[in-house]
Write a protein that binds this ligand. Sequence first.
Ligand code: HEM
Ligand code: HEM
Length: 190
Amino acid sequence: MAEMENLAGSAGGKGVAGYGATAKTLHWIVVGLLIVQFIIAWVMPDIRRDTKPDTLINLHLSFGALILFVAIVRLAWRLTQGQVAPLASMTPFERTASHVLHGLLYLLLLVVPILGWINASWRGFPAVMFGLELPKLVATHAPGLRWTGDVHGLLANYVMLALVGLHVAAALYHYFIRRDGVMQRMLPGR
Ligand code: HEM
Ligand code: HEM
C-alpha cells in the first residue's frame, strides 16, 4: 500500500500510477483487431438489399463482435482496477482533453459494433462470431432501423478514425516533443 502511494506520488491526481500488463495488452489487442477490421470493411463488397453475407462480410461480423467483447472486458478491467492518474507534467488542458478523448474512444468501441450488429440483424444476416451464433438484436427489416448501417459506417470511417488520429498524434507529440514518458506508459516493459 505504501509502495502504491509512493508510485501515485509521481502522478498528478487521483488513481493508480501506471498501466499494468493486462491494460496494456488489452489496449494493443484492440489496436490490432481494429486494423484488421477496417481493412476487411474497406475490401468487403458494398452491402445492398439483396447482398448475401459472403466470407469477408462474415469475417467483418466476427471480428466486430470480438472487438465488442474485448472492449467490454477492457472497460470492466478499467472500472474495477482504477483509473490511471495523469502524469504530474500534464497541463490542465491536456488532462481534460485526454480524459474526454479516452471516454469518447471507449464509447465508440461500444456504440460502433452494437450499431453494426443491429444492422446485421436488421438485414437478416446471422451474426456468427467464428462459428458461435449470436442472438439477433432486432427483427429482420424491423421498421425505423434502416439508418443503423449508414450511421455505423459513418461513425467508424469518420468519427472513430478522426479521434484515433488525434489520439495517435497526441501520443507522438508526447514521445517526440514533450518527451515526458506518456507514450512509454502504454509500451511494454514499464
Ligand atoms: C469496432 C468494430 C467495427 C468497425 C470499426 C466497423 C467498421 C465498418 C465500416 C468502416 C463500415 C463501412 C464500410 C465501407 O466503408 O463501405 C462497416 C459496415 C458494416 N458493418 Fe461494421 N464495423 C465494426 C463492427 C461491426 C459489427 C460487430 C457488425 C455486425 C455484427 C458490423 C456489421 C456491418 C454491416 C452490416 C455493415 C454494412 C452497413 C451498410 O452499408 O449498410 N460491423 N463497418
Ligand atoms: C498506434 C496507435 C496508438 C497509440 C500509439 C496509442 C497510445 C496510447 C497511449 C500512450 C496511452 C496512454 C495515455 C496516458 O497515459 O494518458 C493510450 C491510452 C488509451 N488508448 Fe491508445 N493508442 C493507440 C491506438 C488506440 C486506439 C485505436 C484506441 C481505440 C479506438 C485507443 C484507445 C485508448 C484508450 C481508451 C486509452 C485510455 C486508457 C485508460 O486510461 O483507460 N488507442 N493510448
